[in-house]
Design a protein around this ligand. Sequence first.
Ligand code: DC
Length: 222
Amino acid sequence: MAIINIAIDGPAGAGKSTIAKRISKERSIVYVDTGAMYRALGLKAVRSGFDPGDAARVVPMLPDTDVTIEYRDGAQHIILDGEDVNGFIRTEEISQAASVISTIPEVRVKLVELQRALAKNQSIVMDGRDIGTYVLPDAPYKFYITASPEVRARRRYLEYEEKGTLDGRSFEQILEEIRERDYRDSNREFAPLRPAEDAVYIDTSEMDIDTAVNIVLERLKV
Ligand code: DC
């Protein structure tokens, strides 16, 4: 069977991972969450007491750092130096650490190698920030999913409230965190967040998730 790669990019909270997981299920292809890989490295830096933006400390850590992914019951688990760290990477501290560490080119080179290897031998739907522009520029299907910062912050706020991880933060604080991450992810030098020229652009600000999933599915000839 032919290998089909689907690239889904966009800023935090746009609905990328929800859409990518639905596509993965509908088309029985593997979902790869690349943000989790940056989060794992951010976690390692934080645990080591490093500033994740301090390249002089982060870069020497890379050769001794092993990041792999495994699938259990269809869900991606990120394995950092042999430890399943899925339960530790979804905090706001690690979101910011991932965004900061991802500006270091050596970090990106290491993870992009792993991402390309995953896409080489199997069909995948991969989400991130630079999949269509840098990781898999030849992917036949590219989507850029976005929404206004206010809508994305609202979704995050409700998600944290439901999970009980709001930790007393206000909507304005969440909005500020989203803006901070957008700015950093879009303005770094190496492979910044931006839509690929040939990506289908989907603004989900006033769209429910089913509509967005259907727009993607309609485009796929698989
Ligand atoms: O998708 P996410 O929120 O889990 O990603 C966390 C951070 O990792 C994001 O703010 C920037 C970085 N990232 C990246 O630079 N490139 C990717 N392909 C995926 C994530």
